[in-house]
Design a binder for this molecule. Structure first.
Ligand SMILES: [Zn+2]
Length: 222
């Protein structure tokens, strides 16, 4: 069994500006036909034939997936099934992909400010351990907005502990994610360490507002 993952950028698709080029999200105003073609291109790039998406709502609900279904409204997907890729869409939010080789369980989480604040990463790790017998959970963190670019209001900044605030009013979402990973004894972390707002290779909602979404996908292969 092998754990595989794929994180797309904006290149190689057919969408026109401002969604250029590989937008994989239907809900952002792009042409549905273009998105359909892009998803096929995405699957080909990743080496898969399909992926389970979610109707993301910036919450902390995690849904167990046993077969491909209509995208459920949630921000976390978890499975023990092989060849059932789980996909998260984002443009600044982090895709956090979790896996345990031995317990053979994987999860894909949409962790933006809201999801991270609601502890979706800790919640997924508890679930993997308590329900699926995971003991060694590793994590992959997609590109997302870093504290260099995530200025928030002073009022919002004041709702977070100082350790998550940089230079007065810049929120460090990834530090919130790291804290949950480390408090739950994560085995290893692979961090793409790319700020989506700094890098034009990725979609950024903060930078562009009307824009596409890239995908973070994880799956198990026999
Ligand atoms: Zn940045």
């Amino acid at each position: 069994m092998r754990i595989k993952h794929f994180i797309s950028d904006r290149y190689g698709g057919v969408s026109k500006p401002p969604y250029n080029w590989l937008n994989i999200a239907m809900h952002v105003g792009d042409s549905a036909l273009d998105v359909k073609r892009n998803r096929q291109i995405l699957y080909k790039k990743a080496g898969i034939t399909n992926a389970q998406f979610a109707n993301q709502v910036h919450g902390d609900m995690i849904v167990e997936i046993n077969d491909f279904i209509v995208p459920p409204s949630c921000d976390g997907l978890i499975t023990t099934q092989f060849s059932l890729p789980l996909a998260i869409m984002s443009a600044d939010c982090f895709g956090v992909l979790l896996y345990d080789n031995n317990a053979k369980v994987i999860a894909a989480l949409h962790a933006g400010r809201m999801g991270a604040t609601k502890q979706i990463v800790a919640k997924a790790m508890h679930l993997m351990r308590n329900r699926y017998g995971a003991t060694n959970i590793s994590a992959i963190i997609s590109p997302g907005i870093h504290s260099c670019c995530y200025e928030v209001s002073l009022e919002l900044a004041s709702q977070y502990p100082n350790r998550f605030i940089k230079r007065g009013r810049y929120l460090d979402i990834k530090a919130i994610i790291y804290e949950q990973l480390e408090q739950n004894r994560v085995e290893s972390i692979r961090d793409y360490n790319i700020c989506t707002c700094c890098s034009s290779d990725y979609y950024s909602y903060r930078r562009d507002k009307k824009t596409g979404r890239f995908a973070s996908i994880i799956w198990m292969e026999e």
